[in-house]
Write a protein that binds this ligand. Structure first.
Ligand SMILES: O=C(O)C1=C[C@@H](OP(=O)(O)O)[C@@H](O)[C@H](O)C1
Ligand SMILES: C=C(OP(=O)(O)O)C(=O)O
Length: 431
Protein backbone atom coordinates (compact mmCIF):
# COMPACT_ATOMS: atom_id res chain seq x y z
CA UNK A 1 0.00 0.00 0.00
CA UNK A 2 1.16 3.52 -0.84
CA UNK A 3 1.25 5.55 2.42
CA UNK A 4 0.40 9.23 2.88
CA UNK A 5 3.57 11.31 2.63
CA UNK A 6 4.63 14.95 2.70
CA UNK A 7 1.98 16.00 5.19
CA UNK A 8 2.15 19.60 6.35
CA UNK A 9 -0.29 19.59 9.23
CA UNK A 10 -2.44 17.19 11.31
CA UNK A 11 -5.38 18.70 13.12
CA UNK A 12 -8.34 17.10 14.83
CA UNK A 13 -9.61 14.54 17.26
CA UNK A 14 -9.23 10.76 17.20
CA UNK A 15 -11.43 8.39 19.16
CA UNK A 16 -8.88 5.66 19.81
CA UNK A 17 -10.41 2.17 20.18
CA UNK A 18 -10.52 0.23 23.44
CA UNK A 19 -7.49 -1.06 25.32
CA UNK A 20 -6.30 -4.43 24.04
CA UNK A 21 -5.03 -5.78 27.37
CA UNK A 22 -8.23 -4.86 29.24
CA UNK A 23 -10.44 -6.22 26.44
CA UNK A 24 -8.72 -9.64 26.52
CA UNK A 25 -8.98 -9.85 30.30
CA UNK A 26 -12.65 -8.83 30.36
CA UNK A 27 -13.57 -11.87 28.24
CA UNK A 28 -11.46 -14.28 30.29
CA UNK A 29 -12.63 -13.04 33.70
CA UNK A 30 -16.21 -12.75 32.42
CA UNK A 31 -16.14 -16.41 31.37
CA UNK A 32 -14.61 -17.47 34.71
CA UNK A 33 -17.18 -15.47 36.71
CA UNK A 34 -20.77 -16.31 37.61
CA UNK A 35 -23.44 -14.02 36.17
CA UNK A 36 -23.48 -11.42 33.45
CA UNK A 37 -20.53 -9.29 32.42
CA UNK A 38 -21.06 -6.39 30.05
CA UNK A 39 -17.99 -4.96 28.34
CA UNK A 40 -18.36 -1.50 26.82
CA UNK A 41 -15.90 -0.11 24.26
CA UNK A 42 -14.47 -3.60 23.67
CA UNK A 43 -11.60 -3.62 21.15
CA UNK A 44 -13.04 -5.15 17.98
CA UNK A 45 -9.66 -6.09 16.54
CA UNK A 46 -8.30 -9.49 15.48
CA UNK A 47 -6.34 -10.24 18.67
CA UNK A 48 -9.24 -9.67 21.07
CA UNK A 49 -11.66 -11.45 18.76
CA UNK A 50 -9.31 -14.46 19.00
CA UNK A 51 -9.98 -14.43 22.75
CA UNK A 52 -13.74 -14.31 22.10
CA UNK A 53 -13.46 -17.25 19.69
CA UNK A 54 -11.29 -19.19 22.15
CA UNK A 55 -13.82 -18.92 24.97
CA UNK A 56 -16.79 -19.57 22.68
CA UNK A 57 -15.02 -22.74 21.55
CA UNK A 58 -14.78 -23.68 25.22
CA UNK A 59 -18.55 -23.33 25.50
CA UNK A 60 -18.82 -19.85 27.04
CA UNK A 61 -21.96 -17.84 26.24
CA UNK A 62 -20.58 -14.66 24.64
CA UNK A 63 -22.36 -12.18 22.39
CA UNK A 64 -20.55 -9.45 20.46
CA UNK A 65 -22.46 -6.42 19.24
CA UNK A 66 -20.12 -4.91 16.67
CA UNK A 67 -22.29 -1.84 16.14
CA UNK A 68 -21.87 -0.68 19.74
CA UNK A 69 -18.58 -2.46 20.58
CA UNK A 70 -20.37 -4.15 23.47
CA UNK A 71 -19.74 -7.72 24.56
CA UNK A 72 -22.05 -9.62 26.89
CA UNK A 73 -20.84 -12.75 28.67
CA UNK A 74 -23.20 -14.96 30.64
CA UNK A 75 -20.61 -16.61 32.83
CA UNK A 76 -21.20 -19.94 34.52
CA UNK A 77 -17.85 -20.19 36.33
CA UNK A 78 -14.65 -21.88 35.20
CA UNK A 79 -16.07 -25.37 35.66
CA UNK A 80 -18.79 -24.69 33.08
CA UNK A 81 -16.16 -24.61 30.34
CA UNK A 82 -16.13 -27.78 28.28
CA UNK A 83 -13.45 -29.67 26.40
CA UNK A 84 -13.46 -28.58 22.76
CA UNK A 85 -13.21 -31.19 20.03
CA UNK A 86 -10.87 -29.03 18.01
CA UNK A 87 -7.51 -27.29 18.44
CA UNK A 88 -7.51 -23.85 20.02
CA UNK A 89 -6.18 -21.56 17.29
CA UNK A 90 -5.37 -18.07 18.62
CA UNK A 91 -3.83 -16.43 15.54
CA UNK A 92 -1.20 -13.78 16.25
CA UNK A 93 -2.18 -13.13 19.87
CA UNK A 94 0.42 -13.85 22.53
CA UNK A 95 -1.88 -12.54 25.25
CA UNK A 96 -4.66 -14.97 24.27
CA UNK A 97 -2.33 -17.95 24.36
CA UNK A 98 -0.40 -17.12 27.53
CA UNK A 99 -3.36 -15.96 29.65
CA UNK A 100 -5.54 -18.70 28.13
CA UNK A 101 -3.04 -21.32 29.31
CA UNK A 102 -3.29 -19.86 32.81
CA UNK A 103 -7.08 -20.09 32.80
CA UNK A 104 -7.19 -23.63 31.39
CA UNK A 105 -4.60 -24.97 33.82
CA UNK A 106 -7.48 -25.07 36.32
CA UNK A 107 -9.94 -27.25 34.35
CA UNK A 108 -9.58 -31.03 34.13
CA UNK A 109 -9.37 -31.54 30.38
CA UNK A 110 -6.80 -31.45 27.62
CA UNK A 111 -6.45 -28.74 25.00
CA UNK A 112 -4.00 -28.03 22.18
CA UNK A 113 -3.09 -24.37 21.57
CA UNK A 114 -1.84 -23.25 18.15
CA UNK A 115 -0.95 -19.90 16.65
CA UNK A 116 0.04 -18.31 13.35
CA UNK A 117 3.58 -18.38 11.99
CA UNK A 118 4.76 -15.53 14.23
CA UNK A 119 3.19 -16.86 17.43
CA UNK A 120 4.56 -20.32 16.65
CA UNK A 121 8.05 -18.87 17.23
CA UNK A 122 7.32 -17.11 20.54
CA UNK A 123 8.47 -18.43 23.93
CA UNK A 124 5.88 -20.24 26.05
CA UNK A 125 8.06 -22.07 28.58
CA UNK A 126 8.00 -18.87 30.70
CA UNK A 127 4.27 -19.56 31.26
CA UNK A 128 4.34 -23.35 31.23
CA UNK A 129 7.08 -23.70 33.88
CA UNK A 130 5.16 -21.93 36.68
CA UNK A 131 1.90 -23.64 35.68
CA UNK A 132 3.66 -27.02 35.91
CA UNK A 133 4.80 -26.10 39.43
CA UNK A 134 1.13 -25.57 40.24
CA UNK A 135 0.48 -29.16 39.03
CA UNK A 136 -0.79 -28.59 35.49
CA UNK A 137 0.68 -30.85 32.81
CA UNK A 138 1.78 -28.70 29.93
CA UNK A 139 4.46 -28.95 27.27
CA UNK A 140 5.42 -27.85 23.80
CA UNK A 141 4.54 -30.52 21.28
CA UNK A 142 7.90 -30.00 19.59
CA UNK A 143 9.68 -30.47 22.91
CA UNK A 144 10.97 -26.90 23.11
CA UNK A 145 9.67 -23.50 24.05
CA UNK A 146 7.20 -22.78 21.26
CA UNK A 147 3.62 -23.68 20.18
CA UNK A 148 1.74 -25.92 19.58
CA UNK A 149 1.25 -26.28 23.34
CA UNK A 150 -0.59 -29.07 25.08
CA UNK A 151 -2.35 -28.17 28.31
CA UNK A 152 -3.82 -30.81 30.60
CA UNK A 153 -5.44 -28.84 33.37
CA UNK A 154 -6.49 -30.11 36.77
CA UNK A 155 -9.06 -29.30 39.43
CA UNK A 156 -6.27 -29.94 41.95
CA UNK A 157 -4.11 -26.95 41.09
CA UNK A 158 -1.84 -25.84 43.98
CA UNK A 159 -0.83 -22.31 44.91
CA UNK A 160 2.94 -21.70 44.75
CA UNK A 161 5.42 -18.83 45.12
CA UNK A 162 6.91 -17.70 41.82
CA UNK A 163 9.93 -15.44 41.48
CA UNK A 164 9.67 -13.93 38.02
CA UNK A 165 12.77 -14.13 35.85
CA UNK A 166 11.38 -11.91 33.11
CA UNK A 167 9.37 -8.67 33.34
CA UNK A 168 6.16 -9.88 31.72
CA UNK A 169 2.56 -8.99 32.50
CA UNK A 170 1.43 -12.00 30.49
CA UNK A 171 3.38 -14.45 32.65
CA UNK A 172 2.24 -12.73 35.85
CA UNK A 173 -1.36 -12.76 34.64
CA UNK A 174 -1.30 -16.43 33.62
CA UNK A 175 -0.10 -17.34 37.13
CA UNK A 176 -2.72 -15.15 38.84
CA UNK A 177 -5.54 -16.52 36.67
CA UNK A 178 -4.39 -20.05 37.54
CA UNK A 179 -4.16 -19.00 41.19
CA UNK A 180 -7.87 -18.15 41.19
CA UNK A 181 -8.70 -21.84 40.86
CA UNK A 182 -5.73 -23.21 42.85
CA UNK A 183 -5.87 -24.30 46.46
CA UNK A 184 -3.72 -22.23 48.81
CA UNK A 185 -1.65 -19.13 48.32
CA UNK A 186 -0.28 -18.06 44.93
CA UNK A 187 2.48 -15.49 45.18
CA UNK A 188 4.11 -13.63 42.30
CA UNK A 189 7.29 -11.68 42.96
CA UNK A 190 7.82 -9.41 39.97
CA UNK A 191 11.22 -8.49 38.59
CA UNK A 192 9.93 -5.06 37.57
CA UNK A 193 6.40 -3.78 37.88
CA UNK A 194 4.46 -4.58 34.70
CA UNK A 195 0.94 -3.56 33.65
CA UNK A 196 -1.43 -4.38 36.48
CA UNK A 197 -4.78 -4.74 34.71
CA UNK A 198 -5.20 -8.37 35.83
CA UNK A 199 -4.78 -7.42 39.50
CA UNK A 200 -7.22 -4.48 39.15
CA UNK A 201 -9.78 -6.51 37.24
CA UNK A 202 -9.71 -9.59 39.51
CA UNK A 203 -10.76 -7.18 42.28
CA UNK A 204 -13.38 -5.58 40.06
CA UNK A 205 -14.89 -9.06 39.55
CA UNK A 206 -15.09 -9.50 43.33
CA UNK A 207 -11.83 -11.42 43.79
CA UNK A 208 -9.31 -10.67 46.52
CA UNK A 209 -5.57 -10.18 46.37
CA UNK A 210 -2.95 -8.02 48.00
CA UNK A 211 -0.17 -6.07 46.35
CA UNK A 212 2.86 -4.92 48.28
CA UNK A 213 5.63 -3.33 46.25
CA UNK A 214 6.29 -5.92 43.52
CA UNK A 215 4.70 -8.89 45.33
CA UNK A 216 1.14 -10.04 44.62
CA UNK A 217 -0.60 -12.59 46.87
CA UNK A 218 -3.84 -14.36 46.15
CA UNK A 219 -5.51 -17.16 48.12
CA UNK A 220 -7.58 -19.61 46.08
CA UNK A 221 -9.93 -20.94 45.10
CA UNK A 222 -12.02 -17.82 44.52
CA UNK A 223 -15.46 -17.18 43.09
CA UNK A 224 -15.79 -14.24 40.71
CA UNK A 225 -18.98 -12.33 39.94
CA UNK A 226 -19.90 -10.76 36.61
CA UNK A 227 -19.60 -6.98 36.37
CA UNK A 228 -19.59 -4.07 33.92
CA UNK A 229 -16.26 -3.16 32.35
CA UNK A 230 -15.89 0.17 30.57
CA UNK A 231 -12.71 -0.16 28.53
CA UNK A 232 -10.63 3.04 28.15
CA UNK A 233 -8.96 3.97 24.85
CA UNK A 234 -5.66 2.15 24.36
CA UNK A 235 -2.61 4.32 25.12
CA UNK A 236 -0.51 1.95 23.01
CA UNK A 237 -2.68 2.84 19.99
CA UNK A 238 -2.87 6.52 20.95
CA UNK A 239 0.95 6.56 20.90
CA UNK A 240 1.00 6.67 17.07
CA UNK A 241 -1.15 9.82 16.99
CA UNK A 242 0.84 11.35 19.83
CA UNK A 243 4.02 10.82 17.80
CA UNK A 244 2.40 12.06 14.58
CA UNK A 245 1.17 15.22 16.32
CA UNK A 246 4.59 15.92 17.80
CA UNK A 247 6.50 15.25 14.56
CA UNK A 248 4.37 16.91 11.85
CA UNK A 249 4.75 20.71 11.91
CA UNK A 250 1.76 22.89 12.89
CA UNK A 251 -0.21 19.94 14.23
CA UNK A 252 -2.64 19.72 17.11
CA UNK A 253 -4.30 16.41 17.96
CA UNK A 254 -6.81 15.65 20.71
CA UNK A 255 -7.20 12.10 22.01
CA UNK A 256 -10.13 11.76 24.44
CA UNK A 257 -10.73 8.91 26.91
CA UNK A 258 -7.24 7.37 26.90
CA UNK A 259 -6.32 4.89 29.63
CA UNK A 260 -3.73 6.48 31.94
CA UNK A 261 -2.92 3.60 34.26
CA UNK A 262 0.60 4.52 35.51
CA UNK A 263 1.87 1.03 34.60
CA UNK A 264 1.21 1.99 30.95
CA UNK A 265 2.17 5.65 30.67
CA UNK A 266 5.95 5.43 30.30
CA UNK A 267 5.68 7.05 26.88
CA UNK A 268 4.41 10.24 28.52
CA UNK A 269 7.52 10.40 30.72
CA UNK A 270 9.69 9.89 27.64
CA UNK A 271 7.86 12.66 25.77
CA UNK A 272 8.53 14.97 28.68
CA UNK A 273 12.24 14.16 28.77
CA UNK A 274 12.43 14.72 24.99
CA UNK A 275 10.82 18.15 25.37
CA UNK A 276 7.53 17.32 23.63
CA UNK A 277 4.51 19.46 24.34
CA UNK A 278 1.42 17.67 25.56
CA UNK A 279 -1.37 18.22 28.05
CA UNK A 280 -3.67 15.91 29.96
CA UNK A 281 -7.21 17.11 30.61
CA UNK A 282 -10.33 15.72 32.31
CA UNK A 283 -8.37 13.02 34.12
CA UNK A 284 -10.52 10.66 36.18
CA UNK A 285 -9.44 8.97 39.39
CA UNK A 286 -9.65 5.25 40.20
CA UNK A 287 -7.84 2.06 39.36
CA UNK A 288 -7.96 2.59 35.60
CA UNK A 289 -7.76 6.39 35.26
CA UNK A 290 -8.46 7.93 31.87
CA UNK A 291 -8.20 11.37 30.35
CA UNK A 292 -7.80 13.50 27.23
CA UNK A 293 -4.31 13.81 25.76
CA UNK A 294 -3.61 16.91 23.64
CA UNK A 295 -0.38 17.08 21.67
CA UNK A 296 1.15 19.62 19.35
CA UNK A 297 4.28 19.83 17.20
CA UNK A 298 7.45 20.11 19.22
CA UNK A 299 11.22 20.22 18.84
CA UNK A 300 12.71 17.10 20.38
CA UNK A 301 15.97 16.32 22.14
CA UNK A 302 17.53 12.89 22.61
CA UNK A 303 17.09 10.90 25.81
CA UNK A 304 18.06 7.62 27.49
CA UNK A 305 15.36 5.04 28.20
CA UNK A 306 16.34 2.18 30.52
CA UNK A 307 15.52 0.22 33.66
CA UNK A 308 12.13 -0.04 35.28
CA UNK A 309 10.38 2.33 32.85
CA UNK A 310 10.78 -0.25 30.06
CA UNK A 311 7.77 -2.48 30.94
CA UNK A 312 5.55 0.64 31.08
CA UNK A 313 6.25 1.44 27.42
CA UNK A 314 7.36 -1.89 25.96
CA UNK A 315 4.95 -1.85 22.99
CA UNK A 316 5.68 1.83 22.30
CA UNK A 317 9.42 1.40 21.70
CA UNK A 318 9.18 1.22 17.87
CA UNK A 319 7.24 4.52 17.74
CA UNK A 320 9.58 6.04 20.34
CA UNK A 321 12.46 5.04 18.05
CA UNK A 322 10.79 7.01 15.26
CA UNK A 323 10.48 10.05 17.56
CA UNK A 324 14.19 9.69 18.32
CA UNK A 325 15.12 9.82 14.60
CA UNK A 326 13.81 13.41 14.66
CA UNK A 327 15.35 14.39 18.01
CA UNK A 328 18.58 16.29 18.43
CA UNK A 329 21.33 13.97 19.68
CA UNK A 330 21.82 10.30 20.47
CA UNK A 331 18.89 8.43 22.04
CA UNK A 332 19.78 5.23 23.85
CA UNK A 333 17.23 2.49 24.59
CA UNK A 334 18.46 -0.37 26.76
CA UNK A 335 17.14 -3.17 29.03
CA UNK A 336 14.56 -3.99 26.34
CA UNK A 337 15.68 -7.45 25.17
CA UNK A 338 12.03 -8.56 25.45
CA UNK A 339 11.44 -6.68 22.20
CA UNK A 340 13.16 -9.53 20.38
CA UNK A 341 10.38 -11.98 21.25
CA UNK A 342 7.32 -9.95 20.28
CA UNK A 343 5.38 -10.50 17.02
CA UNK A 344 8.76 -9.94 15.34
CA UNK A 345 12.24 -9.13 16.56
CA UNK A 346 11.35 -5.47 17.09
CA UNK A 347 14.95 -4.48 17.83
CA UNK A 348 16.32 -5.64 14.50
CA UNK A 349 13.32 -4.76 12.37
CA UNK A 350 12.71 -1.28 13.80
CA UNK A 351 16.34 -0.50 12.92
CA UNK A 352 16.19 -2.19 9.52
CA UNK A 353 12.98 -0.51 8.36
CA UNK A 354 13.79 2.99 9.66
CA UNK A 355 17.27 2.77 8.16
CA UNK A 356 15.71 2.03 4.74
CA UNK A 357 14.14 5.49 5.10
CA UNK A 358 17.48 7.14 5.88
CA UNK A 359 17.46 6.99 9.69
CA UNK A 360 20.58 6.16 11.72
CA UNK A 361 19.44 3.38 14.05
CA UNK A 362 21.82 0.78 15.47
CA UNK A 363 20.38 -2.37 17.03
CA UNK A 364 22.08 -3.63 20.21
CA UNK A 365 21.64 -6.77 22.32
CA UNK A 366 18.97 -5.15 24.45
CA UNK A 367 17.83 -2.04 22.64
CA UNK A 368 18.58 0.61 20.05
CA UNK A 369 20.86 3.59 19.56
CA UNK A 370 19.32 6.31 17.42
CA UNK A 371 21.14 9.34 16.09
CA UNK A 372 19.03 12.30 15.12
CA UNK A 373 17.79 14.32 13.53
CA UNK A 374 17.76 12.64 10.13
CA UNK A 375 15.38 13.51 7.29
CA UNK A 376 13.34 10.49 6.21
CA UNK A 377 13.19 9.54 2.54
CA UNK A 378 11.05 7.48 0.17
CA UNK A 379 11.46 3.71 0.45
CA UNK A 380 9.74 0.39 0.17
CA UNK A 381 9.22 -0.83 3.74
CA UNK A 382 7.49 -3.76 5.40
CA UNK A 383 5.56 -4.41 8.58
CA UNK A 384 6.90 -7.99 8.48
CA UNK A 385 3.41 -8.93 9.70
CA UNK A 386 3.84 -6.88 12.90
CA UNK A 387 1.01 -4.40 13.58
CA UNK A 388 3.18 -2.08 15.66
CA UNK A 389 5.83 -1.81 12.93
CA UNK A 390 3.08 -1.19 10.35
CA UNK A 391 1.61 1.71 12.36
CA UNK A 392 5.03 3.17 13.17
CA UNK A 393 6.04 3.16 9.48
CA UNK A 394 2.72 4.81 8.51
CA UNK A 395 3.58 7.69 10.84
CA UNK A 396 7.17 7.81 9.54
CA UNK A 397 5.87 8.17 5.97
CA UNK A 398 4.05 11.42 6.86
CA UNK A 399 7.48 13.08 7.23
CA UNK A 400 8.81 12.08 3.78
CA UNK A 401 8.96 15.10 1.49
CA UNK A 402 9.75 13.59 -1.92
CA UNK A 403 8.65 10.30 -3.40
CA UNK A 404 6.54 7.41 -2.24
CA UNK A 405 6.59 5.13 0.76
CA UNK A 406 5.21 1.71 -0.07
CA UNK A 407 4.24 -0.41 2.96
CA UNK A 408 4.17 -4.14 2.47
CA UNK A 409 1.74 -6.16 4.57
CA UNK A 410 -0.40 -3.31 5.85
CA UNK A 411 -3.13 -5.80 6.83
CA UNK A 412 -1.23 -6.82 9.94
CA UNK A 413 -2.46 -3.57 11.55
CA UNK A 414 -5.88 -5.23 11.94
CA UNK A 415 -4.45 -7.20 14.89
CA UNK A 416 -4.89 -4.21 17.21
CA UNK A 417 -6.37 -1.30 15.23
CA UNK A 418 -8.43 -2.09 12.11
CA UNK A 419 -9.37 1.55 11.33
CA UNK A 420 -5.88 2.99 11.98
CA UNK A 421 -5.08 4.06 8.40
CA UNK A 422 -8.53 5.63 8.02
CA UNK A 423 -8.22 7.52 11.33
CA UNK A 424 -4.75 8.81 10.37
CA UNK A 425 -5.95 9.82 6.90
CA UNK A 426 -8.91 11.72 8.38
CA UNK A 427 -6.47 13.88 10.37
CA UNK A 428 -4.58 14.74 7.18
CA UNK A 429 -7.73 15.65 5.34
CA UNK A 430 -9.25 17.79 8.06
CA UNK A 431 -6.57 20.50 7.66
O1 LIG B 1 -0.37 -8.50 29.40
C1 LIG B 1 -0.60 -7.92 28.32
O2 LIG B 1 -1.76 -7.64 27.94
C2 LIG B 1 0.55 -7.57 27.47
C3 LIG B 1 1.81 -7.61 28.00
C4 LIG B 1 3.02 -7.31 27.23
O3 LIG B 1 3.66 -8.54 26.91
P1 LIG B 1 4.70 -9.28 27.88
O4 LIG B 1 3.99 -9.76 29.07
O5 LIG B 1 5.23 -10.41 27.06
O6 LIG B 1 5.74 -8.25 28.18
C5 LIG B 1 2.71 -6.54 25.95
O7 LIG B 1 3.84 -6.53 25.12
C6 LIG B 1 1.53 -7.12 25.22
O8 LIG B 1 1.22 -6.34 24.10
C7 LIG B 1 0.30 -7.17 26.08
C1 LIG C 1 3.23 -7.93 21.93
C2 LIG C 1 1.98 -7.65 21.62
O1 LIG C 1 0.90 -8.48 21.81
P1 LIG C 1 0.82 -10.04 22.11
O2 LIG C 1 1.98 -10.42 22.98
O3 LIG C 1 -0.52 -10.23 22.77
O4 LIG C 1 0.87 -10.75 20.77
C3 LIG C 1 1.63 -6.31 21.09
O5 LIG C 1 0.43 -6.04 20.93
O6 LIG C 1 2.51 -5.50 20.78
Amino acid sequence: MKLKTNVTKLVGKVIVPGDKSISHRSIMLGAMAYGTTVVNNFLLAEDCLETVILFKTLGADIEVDSETATVTINGGGLQSLTQPNEDLYVGNSGTTMRLGLGVLSGVPFMTRFKGDESLSKRPMERVMAPLREMMAITFSEKGGDTPPIIMLGTSRLRGRTHKMTVASAQVKSAILLAGLSATGETVVEELEQTRNHTEQMIQQFGGELTVSDKTIRLIGPQVLTGTTVVVPGDISSAAYFIAAGVLVKDSEITLPNIGLNPTRTGILNVLESMGAQYKIKNKTEGSEPRGTIKVCSSDLKATTIEGNIIPTLIDELPIIALLATQADGKTIIKDAAELKVKETNRIDLTAEELNKMGAKVTPTEDGLIIEGPTPLKAAKVSSHGDHRLGMMLSVAALLVKDGDVELENVDSIRVSYPSFIEDLTNLVESK
